[in-house]
Design a binder for this molecule. Structure first.
Ligand code: CUA
Length: 194
């Protein structure tokens, strides 16, 4: 021990141990602050931005969804349900969304119901909180409100293959009166040119 002390190396229980304890404590405080920041971020995104899990577990058969049920081609797009809710049905596949141009009303709740037929896709509508993953076999549902009329891009944000970066759709947010006029009568509305 005396040789270690004379050569300047730390002695157990001596000054070196105090330095180690202080360094440990500093590190524990830094890690504690990082954890607190991450938890605060989760709370802020959850409450302030209304970020939410995209779906309860609702399954759909990828082999038959194009033949029958709500995801047949003629039923895709935006609709005004009997109870007055605006519902948008979307199918994603490599490498496009159907419909590729989506119409939604501003200022009223819009429910998305979407799924994928092949790989995992995702979409986010501009800088809004409309953001979800689309997993084959599952229906992703969420409800959001677009505050202002305008136009957004809706890119696929899950890497889904070689055409991923070319996979996107457009979303037109219309004044509610205009949307209701077009969706009345149960028609499926989209902004795809016909
Ligand atoms: Cu679809 Cu990336």
């Amino acid at each position: 021990m005396s040789t270690a002390a004379s050569s300047g190396a730390p002695v157990p229980g001596g000054h070196g141990a105090d330095v180690a304890v202080a360094a440990e404590r500093r590190w524990a405080i830094v890690v504690g602050l990082i954890i607190a920041a991450i938890v605060a971020m989760m709370i802020v995104t959850g409450l302030h931005w209304s970020a939410m899990p995209p779906s309860r577990v609702e399954t759909v058969d990828v082999r038959t969804l194009h033949l029958a049920g709500e995801f047949v081609e003629s039923n895709l797009g935006s609709a005004l349900e009997a109870d007055g809710r605006a519902v948008v049905r979307v199918v994603a596949q490599q490498y496009s969304f159907e419909p590729p141009c989506i119409v939604v009303p501003a200022g009223m709740p819009v429910t998305f119901r979407a799924t994928s037929t092949d790989a995992i896709h995702g979409f986010v509508v501009g800088t809004t909180n409309a953001n979800t993953m689309l997993v084959p076999g599952f229906v992703a549902t969420f409800t959001t409100t677009f505050p202002r009329a305008g136009e957004h891009l809706m890119p696929c944000h899950e890497y889904c293959g070689t055409g991923h970066e070319a996979m996107w759709a457009r979303v037109q947010v219309l004044p509610p009166v205009e949307f209701l006029a077009r969706a009345r009568g149960g028609e499926r509305v989209s902004c795809v040119p016909r």
